[in-house]
Structures are given as C-alpha cells and as structure tokens.
Write a new protein. Structure first.
Length: 431
C-alpha cells in the first residue's frame, strides 16, 4: 500500500522556524544542554571549546576539522535517547512531568551554531554508539549540497572524540561534538539553518556567565559539577556541595509511583556552590513546593489547561506539568554591583527576562532571586479576559468570589508561597 512521503525540506524548514520562534541563541543553548544532562541524571557536565581538535588534521569527516565545542556528561543514555536526538517534532519524555526536554525538541537549539553535529557514547549499552545528526543530507535537489561528505565517521575519526573523553575519565560518557558553522563548512551556497558564522571566542563569552550558571545549579536536581573549558583548561568550574538539598519532589513522585495528588509538600533547598578559579563558595537557600491542593492545582482538570491533540488518542491529552514551583536566593557580597536581580521561567530554571533593582548599601553585593515552575501561567492567561487579568479565570475554576477592588491578586501562588516563607525564614546572612 502506498505510504506518505516525509519531506526532508519540510523538516528542515520546521527546525528553522523553531529556532526563530522558540529557542534563542547565546546562553539559552547551554541552558538546554545542561537541562538535558540533569534530566539524564548526570552528575557532571563539561563544555570544552577547541579551535581545532587534537589530531583533526587527519580527520576524514569535515565536521571534525572545524572549530567547535565538545559537550560531555556522565548521565544515562539509551537507544530511545539516541532516537530522540535524531527525531524532530517529538520528545523521548513528552509524557514525563518530572523531566523537561531530554534529547527532544530542545536539543535542536544547537542548530543555531551548526548545520550538523556528532554524537558518540562510551560505556552505555547501545545498538549504535555513534550518530551524525545531519538534517540536510536527505535533500537531494539542493544544488551544491555537500552534506553526504559529513555522513561517514570512520573508526579513526571516532577515536579523535574518544581521546577527548580521557580528559574526564568517567566510566560512562556521552559526547556531542558541535562543529561551528564557518565559511569552509557550509551545507551549500546560501543554504543552512543560519548564515551566521559563530566563533569560539564569541560562544565562550556568551556561555561563560558565572552568575547565571550558579543560579541554574540551584534549580536542578542531579548535576553537581559544571565546567566551561577551552582547549582542556578550566575557564569556569562550579561544584555543588555534597550535602546540598536539591529539587526532588516531582522526580520522587514519578519514580515511586505513589499518588500524592491529595497532599501538598514543601521542602527547603539549601547548599553551597564553589567556583573556580577564584575559589569563592556561595551558599543558597530556597523552597520547593508541590501543591496539588492549591487553587492552581485545579486548573489541570479544567477547560483552561492546555492540551495536545494527537492521532493516537480520541480525546485531547493534557500537556505535562505539575502544580510545582521553586525559588532560590543567593548572595555574592564580593560583587562590584549592589543590586537585587530577579529572574523567572516556566520550564527552564533561568530566563533571559529579569528585573534588576539597585541596592543602596554597597556592602550587600549582588542578591539573586530566581523562581521557576510549570505552565500554570499559560492556563491562567488562556482563561483570562481581554485585560489579561487572571483573577476571573481563577475565580471560575475555584468557584471563588472575585477579590475586592484594590486587593492584591496572587496569580502565581506557588512562587509567592515559597518566596514569602523563604524570605521570612532565612536571612541574607545565611547566604
């Protein structure tokens, strides 16, 4: 029976649109990679930039002869994950509410920097331990398309990457080689996900943001070590203390299979993060809340909760998400700027959007406050009136009377619940 033919050009165009509309270049790319590693239960994550891989002058594959970044982590990796890297418009964890984007659509953010990349796994049980992710190779009618030359990865080429694994000496290691797009590494004349040619120095500068990396680590569950390197030398290395209390409520609920839907749970976050090269150790505090009994928890069963329509379910399937939120607070008293920096996000722990408020006392330093949660705000806004006031939506869902005029309305109670308790329980001196 004749079957549908999938257009490679359509997939490439979809990825291009995704890059423009959803995933920004710069620091958000490393956020995606770090989040993927955390979701894979990795404890260690390294980015190593190379102007040229050692021995690359003998490489057969042009992707290995370009400047690039080698992404390493020691997390779990399966055949399903390998398939997820090669697949567009789906995710290996789309129905797992404890995970964000492991090797799904978010992984494609790296195409801001390249038009193909290489995956090599070492120490995992896989059908195939390597893969060239090369979206343009199937477009046969593209004049000047040279991507067939990128397909083969001989054993000697794989060895170039595996030799770099020795710099971390982990029993299990997943490596992703991102060859930076340049004049000598083009899909075809005037073709590719972008016409930009990012340099190693430019990406190093955009990814080496100690404050944002620090904040990101306070909001993860598993990662304890993050390092940014250049030619094998640490530029920034952050390590979370072994006694730190990390995010765990949603993951615990998923792994135990216990139905805690009727129970609210709030637990403290606390730890210290040591930074290299200056050796500074900065403590953080915070709270994590899983509040199914809260008013916003009722949104998931309401008409306002976003749903996904698929051909494999007769009814719309609710999008993943839990009534879960967290905040973290940390202070760098040695910072030159005395200010309060507030950032927020839905899924990823750090957003590009932030508010900065000057602090008049120069001895305080930089105070960073971050809050994160799932897509309840989307549901509230979907149910809101044209004025974008979420109160009517919450009132309809919870059968509550409207608040009196002038009464503060908390449309994000997960954040406020955590924030108020954290800020009243812990002083800045504890950071």
């Amino acid at each position: 029976m004749p079957h549908l033919i999938f257009s490679a050009s359509a997939i490439v165009n979809q990825i291009t649109q995704l890059l423009r509309d959803r995933y920004h270049s710069g620091f958000p790319i490393i956020k995606e990679l770090i989040q993927n590693a955390d979701d894979a239960e990795a404890r260690r994550f390294v980015v190593d930039f190379y102007q040229s891989l050692p021995g690359s002058e003998t490489a057969t594959n042009p992707l290995l002869r370009a400047p690039g970044a080698l992404i390493l982590n020691d997390g779990q990796f399966s055949d399903t994950d390998m398939e997820g890297i090669r697949t567009f418009a789906d995710s290996t964890k789309s129905h797992d509410s404890s995970r964000v984007g492991k090797f799904g659509i978010g992984q494609k953010a790296v195409f801001h920097l390249c038009d193909a990349f290489v995956v090599v796994a070492n120490g995992h049980t896989l059908k195939s331990s390597w893969q060239v992710v090369n979206p343009f190779v199937a477009i046969k009618n593209l004049p000047g398309n040279v991507t067939e030359l990128w397909e083969e990865l001989p054993q000697a080429d794989r060895r170039l990457l595996l030799d770099r694994f020795a710099t971390v000496a982990w029993p299990k290691c997943l490596g992703i080689w991102i060859p930076l797009r340049n004049a000598n590494l083009r899909v075809a004349p005037q073709a590719g996900f972008s016409m930009t040619t990012p340099s190693v120095g430019e990406i190093v500068e955009r990814w080496s943001r100690p404050s944002d990396l620090h904040t990101l680590l306070t909001m993860l569950s598993n990662l304890r070590e993050v390092a940014i390197r250049r030619e094998g030398r640490d530029l920034i290395a952050l390590t979370v203390s072994g006694s730190a209390k990390r995010l765990s409520l949603v993951a615990k609920r998923e792994t135990t299979g216990k139905d805690d839907a009727s129970e609210d749970d709030v637990r403290p976050l606390r730890g210290a993060i040591r930074r290299v090269p200056d050796g500074r150790s900065m403590r953080y505090v915070g709270l994590e809340a899983l509040l199914p009994k809260h008013d916003l928890g009722k949104l998931r069963g309401s008409e306002y909760w976003p749903c996904t329509h698929t051909a494999f379910s007769p009814a719309p399937r609710p999008e993943k998400g839990e009534p879960h939120g967290a905040i973290s607070l940390w202070c760098d008293p040695r910072s030159r700027a005395s200010e309060l920096s507030i950032s927020w996000a839905v899924f990823l722990p750090v957003s590009e959007g932030r508010i900065t408020i000057p602090i008049t006392d120069p001895s305080v330093g930089r105070v960073t406050f971050c809050c994160t949660g799932t897509s309840f705000w989307t549901a509230v806004v979907s149910a809101s009136t044209a004025s974008m006031d979420p109160a009517p939506a919450l009132n309809r869902v919870t059968n509550r009377r409207p608040a009196r005029p002038g009464t503060p309305n908390c449309a994000t109670p997960l954040y406020c619940h955590s924030s108020l308790r954290c800020c009243t329980t812990h002083s800045l001196q504890e950071c």
